[in-house]
Write a protein that binds this ligand. Structure first.
Ligand code: ZN
Length: 510
C-alpha cells in the first residue's frame, strides 16, 4: 500500500507539471522544421535568420505572450509561446519571415458559425483544426521587424475537402483556401484579417472597436457587417479531494477535469463595393489602402489571374480585385477561358502593362505592350483588348501587325460578337443597339455567323470564295465607314480563313 501513496504523489507532481507544459495548437500535420516539404521557401533568409529572429523576439517580447481574441472583458486571453525548435525561414518580395508553430496553454480553436453548429457531429475529426503561427517579419526596405500571430480559420467545406490546412502560412496560401486569416498582436488583440473565398480575398476583417472607414475613392465604398465566429477553449484543472483511507487516514485523490467553453468572437467584415454613380474620373485616390498596422496580403492573392497577365506597380489592391472580377467573368465563358490561358502561355512569364483610361475607350498598343481600359466598361471590352494582345503574340512583327490591322480588327470583332451574344452584358450594349439600328460595322460582323461557326471554321456548304468576297466587299468597307477604322489596312494576301486562326486556337477545347 505504501507504493500507492508513492504513485499518487508522483501523479500530483505530474499533474502540476502538465499545467506548465503547453499543448500544441495544431500538432497534427504541421511540417516540422527539419523536413523540407513544399509551401516553404527553399531559399534561406539573408538578413532575418532564425537565430536573429529569436534574438529579436526574446529581446522585445516576454517568453510567453498573450493573445486576445475578443475585446469582451470576460474573455480570457490565450497564453502563447513560439516553438523555436520547429522554426523555419521564408521570404517573398520585400519580406523575410521566420515562422514557428505556437504552443498554447490548453486547447484553443477558432471556428466559424457553421462549423460551430455542426461541432458535435464532427468532433474529433482530424480535419477540424486551425493553422496558427508566430511570425517574425522583416521589411527589407525599411529594416522594420515586427511580430504577429496568424491564425487560419477554414470554412467547414474547406476543412472537409482539403487535407492541407497546415500548409497555409503567412507567405503562402493554398490556392483554394476558403475561410479567414486573422492577425493578432502579441500581448494584444486582433490587428486585422482577410476573408477568402476559393483562394481569393473577398473582404477585410477589422476589430469591432475600429471605426468603419467608409473610404470613397473613385466610387469605391466600403461596407462593413458584424460577423461572429466562435473560440473553443478547453480549460483543464486538477481537482484534489481528500478521501478517508483505512490505512493512512486521509488520502488524496487527484482528478484531471476539462471543460469546454465556447466564446463568441465578433468582428467587422468589410467589403469593397463599386458604386456606378460614384464620383468618377479624376483620381483623388490618396492612400486608402494603407490603414496603419495592416498586415497586407500580397497582390498575388488578391488577384492571382490578373497578376499573371498584367503589371502596374502603382495600382491599388482594390483595383487589382476589380480587374480580377472582370477576368473571372471572362473565364466563365469557354472561349474567354481559352483566350486567357492561351495569352498567359504565349507571354511565357512576361506581363502586359495595364492602365486605367479616363476616356471611355480601350486599347492595346503592341509597341508599348500596354493595355488601356476604362473602369466603367464591362468584361466584353476587356475581352476585345485581350484578343488583340493575343493576336499580337502570334504576329511576326510590328510591321506585319500594322499591315493587317483590319484583318485583326475583323477577327476580334467577330470573337467579341460571339462573346457578348452569349453573355448577360448583351442587353443594352452597343452591339444590341448596333444590330437594331443597322450599324454597318456591327451588322457585317454579326452576319459573319452565316459563313463561319463559333470556332472560326467555314460552315458546311459554304465555299471559301464566298468568305473572300464577303470580307473584302462587305465587311472591310463597312468598317471603313467608321471614322475609327477608316485608315486601317486590310491585307488581302492572307487567306480569308487564316484571319480567324486565333479564334480557332482559343476555342479548341470548346
Ligand atoms: Zn479592336
Amino acid at each position: 500500500m505504501r507504493k500507492i501513496k508513492g504513485n499518487r504523489l508522483m501523479f500530483i507532481i505530474l499533474a502540476v507539471l502538465c499545467l506548465c507544459i503547453y499543448a500544441c495548437y495544431d500538432g497534427v500535420d504541421f511540417p516540422s522544421g527539419k523536413s523540407s516539404r513544399s509551401g516553404k521557401s527553399k531559399k534561406k533568409n539573408k538578413e532575418l535568420t532564425t537565430a536573429i529572429a529569436r534574438q529579436w523576439f526574446e529581446a522585445n517580447m516576454t517568453p510567453v505572450v498573450t493573445m486576445r481574441s475578443s475585446e469582451a472583458k470576460d474573455v480570457q486571453a490565450a497564453m502563447v509561446k513560439p516553438k523555436w525548435e520547429d522554426a523555419y525561414e521564408a521570404n517573398r518580395g520585400k519580406y523575410e519571415v521566420v515562422q514557428t508553430p505556437i504552443l498554447t496553454r490548453g486547447r484553443r480553436m477558432f471556428v466559424d458559425a457553421e462549423t460551430q453548429s455542426e461541432f458535435e457531429k464532427i468532433r474529433g475529426q482530424k480535419y477540424l483544426r486551425n493553422a496558427a503561427r508566430m511570425v517574425i517579419r522583416k521589411d527589407l526596405k525599411t529594416g522594420e521587424i515586427r511580430s504577429f500571430i496568424t491564425v487560419f480559420v477554414g470554412s467547414l467545406e474547406y476543412m472537409k475537402k482539403s487535407k492541407r490546412m497546415g500548409r497555409n502560412s503567412y507567405l503562402y496560401r493554398e490556392t483554394n483556401f476558403d475561410g479567414k486569416v486573422l492577425f493578432f498582436e502579441p500581448n494584444g488583440g486582433l490587428i486585422n484579417g482577410w476573408k477568402y473565398r476559393n483562394g481569393k480575398i473577398v473582404a477585410k476583417i477589422m476589430p469591432l472597436s475600429e471605426d468603419a472607414k467608409f473610404i470613397i475613392t473613385r466610387g469605391w465604398v466600403e461596407e462593413c457587417y458584424t460577423e461572429t465566429d466562435y473560440e473553443l477553449t478547453e480549460e483543464c484543472h486538477d481537482e484534489v479531494s481528500i478521501e478517508p483511507d483505512e490505512e493512512f487516514g486521509d488520502a488524496w485523490v487527484v482528478e484531471h477535469v476539462c471543460d469546454e467553453v465556447w466564446t463568441p468572437i465578433e468582428y467587422q467584415v468589410c467589403y469593397d463595393v463599386w458604386e456606378e454613380d460614384g464620383d468618377s474620373g479624376d483620381g483623388g485616390i490618396g492612400d486608402g489602402d494603407g490603414i496603419g498596422g495592416d498586415v497586407d496580403p500580397s497582390e498575388n492573392e488578391v488577384a492571382p489571374n490578373a497578376k499573371k497577365l498584367f503589371q502596374n506597380k502603382d495600382m491599388l489592391v482594390r483595383d487589382w480585385k476589380f480587374i480580377e472580377e472582370k477576368l473571372d467573368s471572362i473565364m466563365k465563358d469557354c472561349m474567354g477561358k481559352g483566350l486567357y490561358n492561351s495569352l498567359v502561355d504565349s507571354l511565357k512569364g512576361e506581363h502586359i502593362s495595364f492602365q486605367f483610361f479616363t476616356e471611355e475607350q480601350a486599347s492595346f498598343n503592341p509597341q508599348t505592350n500596354t493595355l488601356q481600359w476604362n473602369r466603367n466598361m464591362e468584361s466584353n471590352q476587356l475581352f476585345h483588348e485581350l484578343m488583340h494582345a493575343y493576336q499580337y503574340q502570334n504576329e511576326k512583327s510590328l510591321d506585319s501587325w500594322r499591315n493587317a490591322i483590319m484583318n485583326m480588327e475583323i477577327e476580334t470583332h467577330y470573337a467579341h460578337y460571339l462573346y457578348i451574344k452569349g453573355s448577360s452584358e448583351y442587353g443594352g450594349s452597343d452591339w444590341e443597339k448596333g444590330i437594331k439600328g443597322g450599324d454597318p460595322r456591327i451588322l457585317s460582323t454579326a452576319n459573319l455567323k452565316g459563313l463561319l461557326d463559333a470556332k472560326g471554321n467555314l460552315r458546311d456548304g459554304m465555299i471559301i470564295e464566298q468568305l473572300d468576297i464577303y470580307l473584302e466587299f462587305n465587311v472591310v468597307p463597312s468598317f471603313k465607314q467608321d471614322i475609327n477604322y477608316k485608315k486601317f489596312v486590310y491585307d488581302k494576301s492572307r487567306s480569308s480563313l487564316s484571319n480567324f486562326s486565333n479564334l480557332n486556337k482559343i476555342t479548341k477545347d470548346c
